[in-house]
Ligand binder design. Structure first.
Ligand code: HEC
Length: 103
């Protein structure tokens, strides 16, 4: 079994994802390791996200589902407190790759 179930994304994608997490200011609500200014605690911390089994308590934590969540959280969990941040599908994929590589 691989130690990092989802953490096999290319380094360039992970770096892009990290920069996007800062650009979209996800850190105004979340604490995210190694993302500048991402230390807020208004929302769940995203450390070790690659080890989590679920997103928002019950969605399976897989790359496609996580990217869809980042694009449009309320489409997956109606009424969720996480806002839609106007993220493009490509940007969402790269941010998901970064989060899934966190262990
Ligand atoms: C206005 C505050 C806010 C912002 C900005 C925000 N989120 Fe969230 N986020 C939340 C809240 C609140 C939750 C918990 C939602 C729930 O459980 O229904 C959440 C949940 C999450 C989760 C699942 C966490 C878990 O423990 O299951 C991920 C992943 C996530 N957000 C990623 C992001 C990303 C990536 C961005 C930037 C594009 C972002 N968030 C921006 C408020 C925010």
């Amino acid at each position: 079994m691989r130690a990092r179930p989802h953490g096999d994304a290319p380094a360039a994608q992970l770096e892009r994802g990290r920069e996007l997490l800062a650009q979209y200011q996800c850190g105004s609500c979340h604490a995210i390791p190694k993302v500048p200014a991402a230390r807020a605690s208004l929302a769940p911390p995203l450390d070790a996200f690659g080890r989590r089994s679920y997103i928002a308590g019950h969605l399976p934590n897989r790359p496609e589902t996580l990217a869809r969540w980042i694009e449009a959280p309320a489409a997956l969990v109606p009424g969720t407190a996480m806002p839609s941040m106007g993220v493009s599908p490509r940007d969402a994929r790269d941010m998901a790759a970064y989060l899934l590589a966190l262990e």
